[in-house]
Design a protein around this ligand. Sequence first.
Ligand code: GMT
Length: 375
Amino acid sequence: MKIGIVCYPTYGGSGVIATELGKALADKGYKVHFITYKQPFRLDSFHENIFFHEVNFSNYPLFEYPPYETALASKIVDVALFEKLDLLHVHYAIPHASAAYIAKQILKEKNYHLPFITTLHGTDITLVGKDETFIPVVTFSINQSDGITSVSQSLKDETYQNFDITKDIAVIPNFIDFSRFKKLDKEHFRKVIAKNGEKIIVHTSNFRKVKRVEDVVKVFCKIKESIPAKLLLVGDGPERQNVEKLTRQVCMEDDVYFLGKQEAVEELLAIADLFVLPSETESFGLAALEAMACEVPVISTNTGGIPEINVQGVTGYLSNVGDVDDMAANAIKILSDESTLLQFRKNAIAQANKFSLDSILPMYEAYYRKVIEQK
Ligand code: GMT
């Protein structure tokens, strides 16, 4: 089967899942064609079954807003015809689903049938997609998809609540590649960060407002009142400056490390005792799952799809958005007793095992076959 994959190539969960899915499919012998404006950041090595097609678009001075969607649709048409794609899988609805629809219509004129699947990832529904400026196009293009998947039950429910969707949405959760995400022995590294045996708290995200990274710092300050600890902040984005400012105001900045964008997240999770994810909304929370796969318990909010991953009192704790006192109290409960921490660590990996690549990949393969056969 020849599959086209459209995604955002930047630092973010939807691009990570799309890339990891493409790599796993390629390992199984599928021919995978990535169509994006930049090489996806996790697509870093040669594979005989993986191809990359860059979407170039004109910077003609007339265009205050370069017409990316038009360029993407044209590229999809070109790749589909030349590479004889059987299926197109677009990740994140905006603007990928509408570009896929345009491409499909153009190809139809050329007697070429290209079914497409849209995977909803989160903010394409919960934040950006809900914006009045996008609703008509998002609703239309989701309904025109030959298959629709959502990364959590919560996101599926929210899609039906907010959009007039007439088709069935299949829930296919995000997954973890355990050959990469597992607890590594990095004790030497731990000693560099936590010289005096401090506990290590980690947060990774794209530092957008929705992630509430300032709450991570607030929780950390409260933890530090009872437990010696260090905080590793991994990632970068628009809120970083505000978070840095807060850190300088409220906390001893020596205990907080801003590590920026890191490729080998698993090496940082290897020394973590706790992961904090205080998001305003989170359709799934792939970063939390990655932490759990590395045996790290999670303190999170109870929003969106997070409760489908993080189990209250088992793999971590969940609090209302913004309730930093509750988050800190829960963190202290886990960190102040070694046997409790160890139990939470074991529970976290056991829960993460339910989302292994090996169990989720066949769900995508079966869905692909169903969509192709339904023409
Ligand atoms: O964060 C976003 O704005 C979009 C997206 C991304 O590309 O990172 O994140 C979403 O997709 C991830 C992968 O399916 C999910 O794990 C994240 O929970 C989800 N982000 C939000 O819902 C905020």
